[in-house]
Design a binder for this molecule. Structure first.
Ligand code: UD1
Length: 340
């Protein structure tokens, strides 16, 4: 079975590629290297003892996408490739729509020319829910206006997929709304590789602990939560990678050629920023230099998933602990620091 993994050298893409290779899938990894490093291929190969095909392609370019589909005969596609910086998207909204929406449109255009039903998994985000009115968030919740162009681009992509499905094309789709992925592969050979100053909490924590940043700022401690800091649903990257295998197998085995579904992917458990910091300190036996600062614009207060749909329908649950995620995140940081 040949699977196209777009954005396969990125954080979620690389971990998923490892599991796919270990499961025996033939991979074609496509990445434009705009937010990743070609060396990741070597590390994927070191973990799996397999060498996936790699194509450096800009998916915004219609002709390149067309060539890609002419050169291969994919049985499945996992579409990770997207820009993901909320901050950057506010300053360069156009870049986000062109890339995140444009790439999907080019891929869809090729899929509709195919004679067989395509198995397609799309990476969405819990950001599409905005600040939900109650917790936990289930897939039936109304989607709120996204705070950022990044969030809007993800919503737009979801709409495109839904319309494509409604139009009755030969197309099986699962859209996954990820909560907050953290942690790294147990070998410390792959992990999150933020370029520049990290926006997300865990890479900021590990970079502070290792001395790359002076201190972490906790964005607000006056929210209406147990300890005043925001609450998120942090999911281990290995669990998140695994859910793609479950979904791909589901799509490949299902007879219904117009299967279409959306699932939350989280742990179902909310953790505050301070709880996460304390756990990081305990698990890794160190002290983190952090200060309480102002709220960050656009932050939702609380977001954690209702995971019953994916559990009931796909029999999938998380296996890894938050402690393990924070341990592997730290080991990964130590490993990249050693090599720098
Ligand atoms: C962010 C994005 C979300 C995206 C997700 C991808 C925003 C508003 N949302 O989610 O759209 O899908 O990343 O992973 O950026 N925090 C600090 N100090 C820091 C960094 C973060 O206190 O230096 C806090 C934040 O206020 C938040 C929590 O840590 O409460 C998690 O932040 P982050 O990792 O950026 O994730 P999200 O905000 O949930």
């Amino acid at each position: 079975m040949q699977v196209l993994v777009t954005g396969g050298l990125g954080y979620i893409g690389s971990h998923t590629s490892v599991l796919l290779l270990e499961k025996g899938y033939d991979l074609v990894i496509v990445d434009d290297l705009s937010n990743s490093n070609e060396k990741v291929i070597e590390n994927i190969s070191q973990i799996t003892s397999k060498v996936p095909v790699f194509e450096k392609i800009d998916l915004k370019d219609k002709e390149s996408v067309s060539k890609l589909f002419n050169n291969y005969d994919f049985d499945g596609i996992i579409h990770f490739a997207a820009h993901k910086s909320v901050n950057e998207s506010v300053n360069y909204p156009d870049k986000y729509f062109k890339n995140n929406v444009g790439s999907l449109e080019n891929i869809i255009y090729e899929i509709q020319k195919l004679k067989k039903p395509m198995n397609f998994i799309f990476s969405s985000s819990c950001t599409v829910y905005g600040q939900a009115d109650s917790m936990p968030i289930n897939e039936g919740f109304e989607l709120k206006k996204a705070e950022s162009p990044y969030g809007q681009s993800k919503r737009k992509c979801e709409e495109i997929l839904e319309n494509f499905h409604k139009a009755g094309h030969n197309f099986k789709n699962i859209t996954l709304r990820y909560f907050n992925p953290i942690g790294a592969h147990p070998t410390s050979l792959i992990g999150e590789l933020p370029i520049g100053i990290p926006e997300n909490l865990v890479p900021y924590i590990t970079q502070t602990a290792v001395g790359k940043r002076d201190h972490l700022t906790v964005f607000g401690n006056d929210y209406d939560t147990n300890d005043g800091t925001c609450v998120r649903d942090y999911i281990h990257i290995m669990d998140l990678a695994e859910v793609h295998i479950t979904c791909l197998e589901k799509l490949m085995n299902i007879k219904d050629n117009s299967f279409f579904n959306v699932y939350n992917v989280g742990t179902g458990k909310g953790t505050s920023v301070l709880e996460l910091i304390n756990l990081f300190e305990n698990v890794n036996q160190l002290k983190l230099n952090y200060k309480i600062g102002k709220r960050r614009d656009g932050d939702v207060v609380i977001a954690y998933a209702d995971t019953s749909k994916i559990k009931n329908e796909l029999n999938w649950t998380t296996k890894y602990s938050l402690e393990n995620a924070l341990k592997t995140a730290w080991n990964w940081e130590l490993n990249i620091n050693k090599n720098e």
